[in-house]
Design a protein around this ligand. Sequence first.
Ligand SMILES: NC(=O)c1ccc[n+]([C@@H]2O[C@H](COP(=O)([O-])OP(=O)(O)OC[C@H]3O[C@@H](n4cnc5c(N)ncnc54)[C@H](OP(=O)(O)O)[C@@H]3O)[C@@H](O)[C@H]2O)c1
Length: 331
Amino acid sequence: MSSYPSRAIQIDQNGGPEQLKLVNVTVGEPGPGEIRIRHHAVGLNFIDVYQRSGLYAMPMPLRLGMEAAGVVEAVGSGVTHLKVGDRAAYASQPPGSYCDLRVLPAKCVCKLPDAISFETGAAMMLKGLTAQYLLKRTQPQGGLQAGDFVLFHAAAGGVGLIACQWAKAMGLQLIGTAGSDAKCALAKAHGAAYVINYATEDFLTRVKEITAGRGVKAVYDSVGKDTWDKSLDCLAPFGLMASFGNASGPVAPFSPAILGPKGSLYVTRQTLFTHIATRESTQAMADDLFAVVTSGQVRIRIDQRYRLEDVQQAHRDLEARKTTGCTILTL
Ligand SMILES: NC(=O)c1ccc[n+]([C@@H]2O[C@H](COP(=O)([O-])OP(=O)(O)OC[C@H]3O[C@@H](n4cnc5c(N)ncnc54)[C@H](OP(=O)(O)O)[C@@H]3O)[C@@H](O)[C@H]2O)c1
């Protein structure tokens, strides 16, 4: 069986960015249902930090990364939606996208439209599909209608700036929070109807002011520990608390009994990987994403680029809240 050389980023144990090591590996032929893809660009995501630190426990050694774009080099048996030479992009488990070349299950890999560059494809698949499932598939009772208020934390981040633009395209009034005035300005410029600097302002007070005391229909919360309690109080009766991350640390255990007096609230913890569990759902969500990107309704901002070998610095900057929009690793 042939083998092909590749560079990859691996950790042997959980810890800080210093654990990220560049290793030389070999890649084989794809098995049934798999493809081999040569990456042109790789996406960086906050989930990579959780997997590196150990917040999300993974078997070791671990090759990191869950998003990339490139060209299909080989196709295993049973794969019908991709062929050798196709431009493609993905958000996918298992991790291992921080590399030049890899074999992975084809199910989550989508053909990339010609109008979308490899860098944009690598930046947008995990973050864009997340914005898609949050705004379109994770809605409060009765759904979201044009004019409705939603609260979106970390609105100037990778997922955040995509969500700001997509919510505007849906006619929603997205209230975005971010950790500096400059980040707030960025979220506003990308479609947030209102912005709150949660480092200097009390976001609960501001949400009540903005919504004339009524509260929002949904909160999309990826910050976790620091925003959880007040976020529940931002909700209108029957509102939906959609937790999808823990950038500030995990949410502490709570009793469901608190949700009644706050207005019969709904709480859900969402993950992209449930939504993209099948080829059909992945493609349907990706088609929706490709449509808003190619139409120009959603622009994918790549604000940081690092060489693969500089991945430690990329992780440091992401964790230190120094990044905005999307970040990619170049090869
Ligand atoms: N469940 C899912 O399906 C899913 C999928 C994709 C992403 N996510 C989650 O969505 C979030 C956004 O992901 P992303 O990759 O686009 O990252 P990102 O938003 O570009 O970066 C994370 C942002 O979180 C904010 N933050 C607040 N408190 C923080 C803290 N203590 N430490 C670090 N950052 C803090 C920072 O923005 P400010 O400075 O403005 O506060 C930071 O820029 C992450 O929590 C990620 O895990 C979940």
